[in-house]
Design a protein around this ligand. Structure first.
Ligand code: ADP
Ligand code: MG
Length: 401
């Protein structure tokens, strides 16, 4: 199956429905608190504008659950978008229906219309065919650049494609699929995965899908303690998922066990608030009354040694409770090591909301080959799932009308 890219589309003078991911955090005054996702899709929007397309841009924001909520309006995004594009952006409050249709029909070449938050309409998350059809009627061509929403089969990501024959992936979608696809299909060896974060449970599919493909799987973060428990070690008051100990044991007893690199030391503290900076202990010497909050320096050295050889690296999940500065050193050190591997020529990918925040905090996002913008979507992709929003772009199926 092939996915067309926007370069192969004839868009001049045509109305293009562009699904983007403008699901940005808003500050308490309603302004855009972080515009990373807006910036990420600008190449697609600018290209379409230059090609004299007429843009109908649509996104969801937050979880308004099918009801209008002024606090989750895309108005603030529109303002930011006007600044980036240096041109006016019209807004269609009604999303679909006569008012939106008139606004879309009124677009001139290179002009932009932003629809209000798609999730204000209950039809979006229900993937309602009627809502999909109405969205499709606003344009002639469909472009999906919302990788971050591609794991949802919603009207604007999936349903709409049944009604538009001409469809393609935007530049961001293309970049994400190419980077993440390379990890699963053509990774150059040695291929190293680093997994951390709070729990195994959210990442089992990623772990199981990556393990046979990688040369080394490094385990840190909260999930390391479930592995330590599976080895029969004392884990004190560390985060352990009792119902995942068997999963960890199966990995440690499985055919790929030799690939697993478990953290060898960790920082432990009396509580996780940060008031106790804690001390570093060996992974087999965690006191009963302490919780593991970060990996230690010996683990960082071991990870650095593995990364020194790596040609391909994927990292998801912080190495400790990195939102607490006293417990962020392991995560920051790994971010530096991944950046170093990139400099040596390795192909490196970081995915996951908290992992990206950590890389951003360390000021290293430009020293990583690819920072994936799609939290849940990248995890599902790496877990081997087919993303509905991606599958819907494939093929040349004839449109219903
Ligand atoms: P991502 O968003 O990058 O996919 P996750 O959401 O899986 O990452 O994990 C991030 C969370 O993991 C953070 O909130 C962090 O506090 C938590 N975490 C990391 N290490 C530990 C630990 N040792 N104990 C408890 N929580 C941890
Ligand atoms: Mg997270």
């Amino acid at each position: 199956m092939t996915i067309r890219t926007i370069r192969s589309l004839e868009v001049a003078g045509r109305r293009v429905f562009v699904r983007v991911d403008f699901n940005v955090p808003l500050a308490s005054d309603g302004s855009v608190a972080d515009d990373t996702r807006i910036v990420a899709t600008l190449p697609t929007l600018r290209y379409l504008i230059e090609q004299k397309a007429r843009l109908v841009v649509a996104s969801h924001l937050g979880r308004p659950r099918g009801k209008r909520d002024p606090a989750q309006s895309l108005r603030a995004v529109r303002e930011r978008l006007e600044k980036f594009l240096r041109q006016p952006v019209a807004m269609a409050e009604s999303i679909v229906g006569p008012e939106a249709e008139a606004a879309a029909k009124g677009l001139g070449d290179g002009q932009v219309l932003l629809l209000e938050n798609l999730r204000f309409d209950p039809g979006e998350e229900k993937n309602d065919p009627e809502f999909s059809r109405k969205l499709a009627s606003l344009a002639d061509v469909y472009v999906n650049d919302a990788f971050g929403a591609a794991h949802r089969a919603h009207a604007s990501t999936e349903g709409i494609t049944a009604f538009v024959a001409d469809r393609a992936a935007g530049f961001l979608m293309e970049k994400e699929l190419s980077a993440l696809g390379k990890l699963l299909q053509t990774p150059e060896a040695p291929f190293v995965a680093i997994l951390g974060g709070a729990k195994i449970s959210g990442k089992i599919e990623v772990l199981q899908n990556l393990l046979p493909r990688v040369d080394r799987l490094i385990v840190g973060g909260g999930m390391m303690f479930t592995f330590l428990r599976a080895q029969g070690r004392e884990t004190g008051r560390s985060l352990v998922e009792d119902d995942r100990v068997e999963t960890a044991r199966a990995v440690l007893d499985g055919p790929d066990a030799a690939k697993v690199v478990l953290a060898v030391d960790c920082r432990v503290a009396a509580d996780v608030s940060g008031s106790d900076a804690g001390v570093v202990v060996a992974a087999d010497a965690i006191p009963k009354d302490r919780a593991g909050v970060d990996i230690g320096p010996a683990s960082v050295d071991a990870i650095a040694a593995v990364l020194a050889e790596a040609r391909t690296v994927v990292w998801n999940g912080p190495m400790g409770i990195c939102e607490v500065p006293a417990y962020a050193e392991g995560t920051n050190a790994v971010a530096r090591e991944v950046a170093r591997a990139t400099k040596r020529g390795a192909f490196t990918v970081v995915g996951g909301g908290d992992s990206l925040a950590a890389v951003h905090q360390a000021g290293l996002e430009h020293q990583i080959t690819h920072c994936s913008t799609g939290g849940g979507a990248s995890l599902e992709f790496l877990g081997g799932r087919t993303l509905p929003g991606v599958a819907a772009l494939e093929g040349e199926a004839a449109a219903r009308s």
